[in-house]
Design a protein around this ligand. Structure first.
Ligand SMILES: [Zn+2]
Length: 202
């Protein structure tokens, strides 16, 4: 988002790019991308030249797990900037000490954690629950439910294949609010819905 504000001097445009990038449904993405085209033809061309598979959740062919890995690289870049002027060996020692410190702090924190998923995933699930509050749920067939919210499209969730028409469930491997509502209706624990990669114990 920072890059877009810098390049096109428009916060509104940067926000539109983020909305398109994080759209899960193709139709939402297409509508958001069309808005960008209308607002700025150069920005639209820039994004098209990169290729939508490289920056959008919906066209990326694999599993992104909602992670932006380039942010990690930028953080690290910033952290080692102080050691840039040092000789190579000294710089490597600086990086080694810094990473050891980071991993140690992380280990201490994770040892104290008792939840069945990591704290960040738990936060995402809480947000999903909030977004679908007040929705009505209708059983369609075995393991399949239709969920109708106060706003937006109705959605169909398949608990057996861990998929939903909102696309969030299968893309993130974290249950969407629709899936959690469906699970609640039959007393299925959320542990059954979350991808193994997010669990604290296997
Ligand atoms: Zn859903």
């Amino acid at each position: 988002m920072r890059n877009f504000v810098y390049r096109y001097k428009s916060k509104g445009l940067a926000k539109m790019v983020c909305e398109a990038a994080f759209s899960f449904r193709r139709s939402d993405f297409d509508a958001n991308f069309a808005k960008i085209k209308q607002a700025s033809a150069p920005c639209f061309k820039y994004l098209e030249d990169i290729g939508t598979a490289k920056w959008s959740q919906t066209y990326f062919p694999g599993n992104r797990y909602n992670l932006l890995t380039s942010n990690v690289v930028e953080q690290l870049n910033k952290a080692i900037s102080k050691s840039r002027a040092s000789p190579t060996v000294e710089m490597f020692m600086f990086i080694q000490r810094m990473l050891t410190r980071w991993f140690s702090a992380r280990r201490t924190k994770s040892a104290k954690h008792r939840g069945f998923v990591t704290p960040e995933v738990d936060k995402v699930m809480q947000t999903h629950i909030r977004l679908t509050k007040g929705s009505k749920i209708y059983p369609a067939k075995e393991w399949t439910y239709s969920v109708r919210g106060l706003f937006g499209h109705p959605n169909t969730v398949h608990l057996d294949t861990k998929a939903c028409t909102c696309q969030v469930f299968q893309k993130l491997k974290i249950p969407c609010g629709h899936a959690m509502l469906a699970a609640d209706s039959i007393g299925l624990p959320y542990t059954q819905l979350v991808g193994d990669c997010y669990k604290t114990q296997h």
